[in-house]
Design a protein around this ligand. Structure first.
Ligand code: UD1
Length: 418
């Protein structure tokens, strides 16, 4: 067990470089199973979800070579259809194994996905998509198995623009016969990244990033290729909000400004100043942030994955703010932790009211989920006194070298073994 100890308050100043997108990485790694060959993935974030996914791929027969901290070569010439079920249960993105292995082998069995406890998180839309493509799917005793003699392209309308279902159906239909159309598809940047990866490897996917994606099935993918993962939209947004919360000044390098438009708009509304220059973004704030109302929405709306980080900013803003969480129903668990630090937040169901306080006061807090973990680190850097943060395993799933990055921009932060 480890904890983070943060002494605050400190304005965060300096430069921070954004890593590859964790949510793209955990979809591209299983997507490599569709290739009967060898491919190299660059700009992988060094986070525990990625390492764990590599272990899972090994269970399915992939050979993995780490070329350096951020680059691997994966040989998927000898793949088996089933694996140890327990390992796939531990995190959310293991559901992508179903689409990828259905596509590659026509048969798969995995444990039902786990992941952050932020709401019900069903996978009915994924299953509906696989069935529409011709697979039979069975869920029993905590496992999900799917098989198909042949997958055939079809039109699939998603009742909800689900990120996971969009990517999973895309994976299952890349090698299907004929054309698949996904209507009301999600548009998040990592969906485009997965499509770009698959197209680099010889797939024929059009329209990713819009709400209609067309996948013309191909017989096989290329046997060799290299792909570099897109920068992480959520990590960039986290540091933007850290700059505002701490009344600091950060130069955020290696980000795609286009992916950050909804966040830039809100940062400006609450009094932050944003200057963009190519793949760099300078964000600074000299005064106490203004109040604002936020509603989380699918991309290009304000991301649910930045809701908690924005919550920290609003907890110390001038006046009263309201956040409506429209994606996941249990995403306000962090507000209890912030209240231990002197925040005045009342949450009920999918909304929370933030009565801004002048300052936060350090307290021991527990991380309830991945993004809330980053939010609590921001809270620790702006709070008066010594904050202790427990349950770092959630943070390590998706943020690379987080305390080193915060230390480099001036935070007084240490990771300590308990
Ligand atoms: C992904 C991201 C997560 C992010 C979320 C929303 C990954 C690994 N995780 O999660 O970080 O917070 O998108 O941007 O990329 N739903 C159904 N049935 C389904 C699928 C989803 O009802 O079959 C509902 C969910 O309960 C949720 C909403 O649709 O209310 C959106 O979920 P979805 O976009 O699928 O999120 P994830 O893929 O789980």
């Amino acid at each position: 067990m480890e904890k983070l100890v943060i002494k605050g308050p400190t304005p965060l100043r300096g430069e921070v470089s954004i890593s590859g997108a964790k949510n793209a990485a955990v979809a591209i790694l299983p997507a490599t199973l569709l290739i009967n060959g060898i491919c190299t993935i660059e700009n992988l974030p060094n986070v525990s979800d990625v390492k764990q996914f590599c272990e899972i791929l090994k269970f399915f027969g992939a050979k993995i070579t780490w070329n350096n901290e951020h680059e691997i070569t994966i040989d998927t010439r000898n793949i088996s259809k089933t694996s140890e079920l327990e390992i796939t249960r531990t995190f959310r993105a293991s559901y992508y194994l179903i689409g990828a292995l259905l596509g590659r082998c026509g048969k798969v069995q995995v444990g039902l996905p786990g992941g952050c406890k932020i709401g019900a998180r069903p996978i009915d839309l994924h299953i509906k998509g696989f069935e529409a493509l011709g697979a039979s799917v069975e869920v029993s005793q905590g496992n999900i198995s799917a098989r198909a003699k042949k997958l055939e392209g079809t039109s699939i309308y998603l009742d909800i623009a689900s990120v996971g279902a969009t990517i999973n159906i895309m994976l299952a239909s890349v090698l299907a016969e004929g054309t698949t159309i996904i209507d009301n598809a999600a548009k998040e940047p990592h969906i485009v990244d997965v499509a770009n990866f698959l197209n680099t490897m010889g797939a024929d996917i059009r329209g990713a990033g819009t709400d209609v994606i067309k996948i013309n099935g191909v017989k096989e993918l290329k046997r060799e290729g290299t792909y570099s993962i897109v920068p992480d939209q959520i990590e960039a947004g986290t540091f933007m909000l850290a700059a505002v919360a701490s009344r600091g000044d950060l130069l955020i390098k290696n980000c795609i400004t286009k992916h950050l438009e909804s966040i830039i708009a809100k940062v400006v509304e609450i009094g932050g100043i944003v200057e963009s220059n190519g793949d760099k973004l300078r964000v600074y704030c000299k005064k106490r942030p203004n109040r604002a109302n936020i509603k989380t929405l699918p991309y290009p709306g304000f991301p649910t994955d930045l809701q908690a980080q924005m919550g920290v900013v609003l907890s110390i803003a001038k006046g009263t703010s309201i956040i409506n969480e429209s994606i996941f129903e249990s995403r306000f668990q962090y507000t209890e932790e912030l209240n231990k630090m002197g925040a005045k937040i009342t949450s009920q169901g999918k909304s929370a009211v933030f009565d801004g306080v002048e300052e936060l006061i350090a307290a021991p807090v527990c991380v309830p989920d991945l993004r809330a973990g980053a939010a609590l680190i921001i809270a620790g850097t702006i709070a008066k006194g010594t904050t202790e943060i427990y349950h770092l395993e959630h943070i390590d799933r998706g943020y690379e070298h987080i305390e080193e990055k915060f230390k480099k921009i001036g935070a007084n932060i240490e990771r300590i073994k308990i």
